[in-house]
Write a protein that binds this ligand. Structure first.
Ligand SMILES: C[S@@+](CC[C@H](N)C(=O)[O-])C[C@H]1O[C@@H](n2cnc3c(N)ncnc32)[C@H](O)[C@@H]1O
Length: 401
């Protein structure tokens, strides 16, 4: 087994992953919050119909489960530990459901760390919780998932995380998870990654990019150069990846939320792929909530390291998203969110059902938007009898709203 003491700064800290920065910490919190919300949603949704037997969580590249932050000289719980805690609670509460967690990583030491965490936590595990740890290349691991019994049943719900260090998408090898009946969270590592690598001569890197975006590198370079600013470039690469995700997953809903540090450095997107608009709704709501909490604790500011990489100037593109709106403001700033709401809904009269659906499928507006809107705008609620039932309508006036 492992020759270290769990969470010991002399031994354990040398074995766990120490490649951790502000963006990683925020991403891990996002994965945890999303998993929590997702679990609640799938259990509550299926409970009424008595149709949930299996709940699966997969991290195709789970790392060591626990991290050591050298800058702050402290341990930081990774996604694996956080999800494990959530699943233990749910498995205790819902003893009629079989819960499974699959954690894979190519790094032998990280897998030892995962096994160590499992061993330490094992006493807490209820009988209806399985933890499966493997040490495979991601694509080999992915090719085995569909053979696992609990994934293919209509009584199962699965959440899969695909979180590589780089832009790494060999589509045909990803098809087994993309086309599984599961929701997926994927990190799309950009935009500064693309900027750094666009002129590379390294064949492996060229291959990775050509494979992800399905464009020849020379064409990619000329597209990159033809875009007038960093934001336009990112929209292009983001949309190209999303098109490929749609094509290979055959799933309708592709949503994204940017991970942004100190309100200006966009490190990557978390992308959600699902058959259901609920998964997309969960992502935007989770990220909005997380940013509000993080802002109020000023954590981003304290942890921020100005440069992630040594060689290149990072693109901040604070003002490029039309009329000077930064990417942060666009997604997470309340005043901007309310003004987007105004543009979208002013002059409309909608039944509650239609309003909820429009909001759920909207790419950016969080679903608790009416709480925000109430503070600044006036709208009316009308109760109308339709076929003997009282239906609620929202009226958003064109002016004075
Ligand atoms: C970004 S980290 C994953 C972090 C993890 N999902 C979390 O939230 O804590 C990427 C991981 O991919 C692993 N990795 C790199 N190449 C891999 C491969 N070919 N197959 C499987 N894992 C790989 C690395 O060892 C690293 O732990």
């Amino acid at each position: 087994m492992c020759s270290c003491n769990f969470r010991d700064k002399l031994t354990c800290s040398q074995k766990v992953n120490s490649n951790i920065h502000d963006g990683t910490m925020l991403k891990i919190k996002a994965f945890k919050e999303y998993t929590n919300a997702w679990l609640e949603k799938v259990i509550n949704y299926s409970k009424k119909k008595q149709m949930l037997q299996y709940v699966n969580f997969v991290d195709c590249m789970a790392s060591s489960g626990l991290y050591f932050n050298k800058n702050r000289n402290e341990f930081y719980d990774g996604t694996a530990i956080r999800v494990l805690e959530i699943f233990v609670k749910s498995a205790r509460k819902y003893s009629n459901i079989q819960f499974s967690i699959y954690l894979n990583d190519i790094d032998k030491q990280y897998v030892k760390c995962l096994n160590c965490i499992k061993k330490r936590e094992k006493l807490k595990f209820p009988n209806n919780l399985n933890i499966n740890i493997s040490n495979k290349d991601k694509y080999d691991f992915i090719s085995t998932i569909k053979y696992k019994n609990s994934f293919n049943k209509y009584t199962s719900k699965s959440l899969i995380i695909y979180d590589p260090y780089e832009v790494e998408f060999e589509w045909t090898k990803l098809v087994p998870i993309l086309q599984l009946n599961a929701d997926l969270l994927i990190t799309h590592f950009f935009p500064n990654d693309i900027k750094r690598n666009i002129n590379t001569k390294n064949e492996k890197v060229v291959k990775r990019y050509e494979s992800a975006y399905e464009i020849n590198i020379n064409e990619m370079k000329s597209i990159f150069e033809s875009k007038k600013n960093a934001f336009d470039r990112n929209v292009y690469f983001r949309n190209t990846l999303h098109e490929n995700l749609k094509k290979y997953s055959r799933k309708k809903f592709i949503a994204y939320a940017p991970i942004i540090l100190e309100k200006k450095l966009h490190v990557y997107d978390i992308v959600c792929v699902s058959h259901s608009s609920f998964a997309q709704e969960l992502l935007k709501n989770t990220m909005y909530k997380l940013y509000k909490e993080t802002e109020s604790k000023s954590q981003i500011k304290n942890y921020y390291q100005p440069k992630l990489f040594d060689d290149d100037e990072e693109d901040m593109y604070q003002k490029d998203r039309g009329s000077g709106v930064s990417e942060y403001k666009f997604h997470y700033d309340d005043s901007h969110i309310v003004s987007m709401f105004y543009n979208e809904f002013s002059g409309e009269r909608l039944s509650k059902e239609d309003f909820d659906k429009r909001l759920r499928e909207h790419p950016y507006l969080p679903s608790n938007i009416l709480k925000l809107v109430k503070k600044t705008c006036k709208y009316q609620i009308e109760n109308k009898e339709v076929n003997g039932k009282i239906e609620k309508y929202y009226i958003f006036p064109e002016r004075g709203f």
